[in-house]
Design a protein around this ligand. Structure first.
Ligand code: ADP
Ligand code: MG
Length: 479
């Protein structure tokens, strides 16, 4: 339990360091009844999709339903990946969430199905319960002495108390090192894991709250523990099936977990592990914590992968698979068949589909405001209006990209707040996709490898007619 708290804290600290496309998203922004708040936890609008995602989260937390497939489908830039990231945040650190792009499976040094199997097993957690003995108390005194001769080991004593008792412990060299490393002082409330000697600081004792003026804002105050110093404590840790696989595949050992170079894992190893895990489950030592496997750009998978998914979803150790795509009716990779979203009908049939829809102007502005805050940029009201217009006319992504470059332009002129002129300047410096296309079709003859027929003819092959052709083809194949 304590370990998890620490993990959450370090995440908060490191989160500030880099700003990514989805770093402003902290959850799905739903209230207790799963109703989406208009703007919350970094997410704006797209309410029905968020609500649906909330239901999926509940399903995962229940943990009873295996192998459901959810497809988030919608136009580019409508927040599909953002919602998946929201799901990951809403589930918390204890529920496995694996994200991969469909195309990833082609670049690994293993077969496609092995890559998918590993992704599946990374998304299934095993919660292992263990009882450990700990010593928990408030530090009364720490005493560490160096022997006068300069050689020989250090000598240390640690006095701990609860509300009822006080004991002096002799410290070995290893314990002395960890006391120094953790900067344990009188007034700290700590636990010591008896088996490993690991020290965890729970906080400062309330009784000492007034002793120090220099306590930081993060200092947590806790009660002095009650009862015996030595306690039995139940701890649970969650490891994924994939981690167990890697540790037990003799050739690589656990170091492979860090290098990521796990190679293919033999099916016999997996069978043994599955058997062991179900043994643990029967004995009540462990339980399965199914997580989420998120496959973005799922239309990049081919027939082999789709058929693997069909089967793998039926396993009772399967996670919930969330997929996302922005394709309409298109060719299934590696075949001549077309299908909605580029996914074979038999797999589509097993899925529930969450649609996302384009944003209103007001929502776009809200998202841009959140991004400005995330990137620590001040922007004037008028500039924000112009940028929102750009998001409507060009695309949300393009508008988001302009924020940081406009901020640089603003800084260059030593301004404090991004102005309309800054936006105009970067709008002319960096073109969006539509203007780029126009430029290319005007000057295509001056570029290399240009294969497009002269402008007048390209109009015949407009997008609409292409899609229509494909619709017809679907009709043919399914009849
Ligand atoms: N509803 C939303 N609230 C907040 N940010 C959003 C929302 N929808 C999209 N975004 C942001 O807009 C950008 C594009 O969205 P993204 O999720 O990548 O689109 P998609 O995956 O559907 O193509 C990302 O930076 C994303 O975080
Ligand atoms: Mg995406």
């Amino acid at each position: 339990m304590n370990v998890n708290v620490n993990v959450a804290e370090t995440r908060e600290v490191t989160r500030i360091e880099r700003i990514g496309a989805h770093s402003h998203i902290r959850g799905l922004g739903l209230d207790d009844t799963l109703d989406p708040r208009p703007v919350s936890q970094g997410l704006v609008g797209q309410t029905s999709a968020r609500r649906a995602a909330g239901v999926v989260c509940e399903m995962v937390k229940e943990g009873k339903i295996a192998g459901r497939a959810v497809l988030i489908a919608g136009q580019p830039g409508t927040g599909k990946t953002a919602i998946a990231m929201g799901i990951a945040q809403a589930l918390g650190v204890d529920t496995p969430f694996t994200a991969m792009a469909g195309s990833e499976i082609y670049s690994l040094e293993m077969s496609k199905t092995e890559a998918l199997t590993q992704a599946f097993r990374k998304s299934i957690g095993v919660r292992i319960r263990e009882e450990t003995e700990i010593i928990e108390g408030e530090v009364v005194e720490v005493q560490i002495d160096r022997p006068a001769t300069g050689t020989g080991a250090k000598i240390g004593k640690l006095t701990l108390k609860t509300t009822e008792m006080e004991t002096v412990y002799d410290l070995g060299t290893k314990m002395i090192d960890s006391v120094i490393k953790e900067k344990v002082q009188a007034g700290d409330v700590i636990t010591i894991d008896k088996a490993t000697g690991k020290i965890t600081k729970l906080g400062r004792s309330f009784t000492r709250a007034r002793d120090y003026d220099a306590t930081g804002a993060q200092t947590r105050f806790v009660q002095c523990p009650e009862g015996e110093l030595q306690k039995k404590k139940e701890v649970t840790h969650t490891v994924t099936l994939h981690e167990i696989d890697v540790i037990n595949s003799r050739t690589q050992g656990f170091l492979a977990l860090f290098s990521g170079d796990t190679g293919e894992i033999k099916p016999e190893v997996r069978d043994q592990i599955n058997a062991k895990v179900s043994e643990w489950r029967e004995e009540g030592k462990a339980e399965i914590a199914p997580g989420v496997l998120f496959v973005d750009e799922v239309h990049m998978l081919d027939m082999e992968c789709f058929s693997y998914l069909n089967r793998a979803l039926e396993d009772d150790m399967a996670p919930i698979v969330v997929m996302a795509t922005n394709r309409g009716i298109t060719r299934i990779r590696g075949t001549n068949y077309t299908s909605p979203h580029g996914i074979p009908i038999d797999l589509l049939d097993r899925m529930i589909i969450i649609p996302t829809s384009p944003y209103q102007e007001k929502e776009l502005m809200e998202i841009l405001k959140i991004r400005c805050e995330e990137e620590d940029c001040e922007m004037g009201e008028d500039a924000m209006k112009v940028l929102t217009r750009i998001a409507v006319e060009a695309s949300l992504r393009y508008a988001i990209q302009l924020i940081s470059v406009a901020n640089l332009v603003c800084k260059k002129r030593k301004g404090t707040s991004i102005s309309v002129d800054d936006i105009k300047r970067v709008y002319s410096l960096f073109i969006d996709e539509a203007r780029s296309c126009q430029f290319l079709s005007e000057y295509q003859n001056e570029f290399m490898f240009n294969e497009v027929a002269p402008v007048s003819k390209t109009e015949d092959v407009s997008k609409d007619s292409e899609v229509e052709g494909e619709v017809e083809q679907v009709m043919e194949t399914s009849s």
